[in-house]
Design a protein around this ligand. Sequence first.
Ligand code: ATP
Length: 310
Amino acid sequence: MPPSAPTVETFNLTYTFPDHSTGVNDISLSLPARSRTLLIGANGAGKTTLLRLLAGKRLAPHGSIRVSGVDPFTDGLEGVTYLGLEWVLNAIVRTDIGVAELLRSVGGDVYPDRRDELVSVLDIDVDNWRMHAVSDGERRRVQLAMGLIRPWTVLLLDEITVDLDVWSRAQFLGWLRRETEIRECTIVYATHILDNLAGWPTHLVHMHLGAVKGWGPTQEMMKEIDKEEEDNKDGGDLGLVKGEQRGNSKLGQLVLRWLRHDLRERGPRSKRGPEGRSYITGGLGGYGLESKDGKHSGAPGLKEERDYLI
Ligand SMILES: Nc1ncnc2c1ncn2[C@@H]1O[C@H](COP(=O)(O)OP(=O)(O)OP(=O)(O)O)[C@@H](O)[C@H]1O
């Protein structure tokens, strides 16, 4: 990979699984060097598929992906680090092995400054922790350190911070941010957890049913929610009352809005339930029930779609 700035671009990227279901559909993105992009979308929106394609874990059509201006699958994926589920499930991190040894095995001695920095940021006890006898969150912290010691140029992160406590996650996100400020590197991060992310992403990508519905610099994307605040509607378009809105960050409000619209647009998953009864999902889950004769039995206390908060 050339030493130029690590831009990430896709050109009409489409991927269909062997069973003919759509993974991603006609995605064109141009993420600038040193950007920190969040992939946002409901479960099944295509975030993991996109990240795996960018990482070369799935074969993208020739010419549909460029990293630093070149086809990474022709010219090499060196510098691209993908941290996702399969990496997290690696069995070695559950064996009776010390942290120091593990970090050494992934190049800790070659990059001692980065190793020590990550150990400090992720609050890892190098001397005493053995991997078969740590908590899930502690294990995850060691895994993050292992995956990030080698200086990557493009980091593709599929939500793997779920086990971190709020403080550790904030420290970690701060470290990632600093990386993009002091080194030539770029991050694409798929997450549902928006805590401590206000001000973190430089770009947002809104995915739905395998497609990108919108993307761009965060400030541009936020205008949508700024406008809603200006309009000052009761509960806006989220179906939430005012007080509930206030509890969310602006980013949280924007994402709630997107996901609510996406679920409405997608519509019900299935009309048939057990025993011939059909679910009235209204795009928001199967809370209401309709009996065979069409009479609405409903979930206790829930009568209208507005009642089903996401
Ligand atoms: N191996 C597979 N074979 C067929 N279809 C798949 C496969 N993996 C994923 N899909 C489908 O592709 C779509 C996108 O899945 P993907 O895992 O990319 O979503 P996601 O946005 O990462 O979701 P989540 O937020 O739940 O992790 C889904 O509809 C899913 O059912």
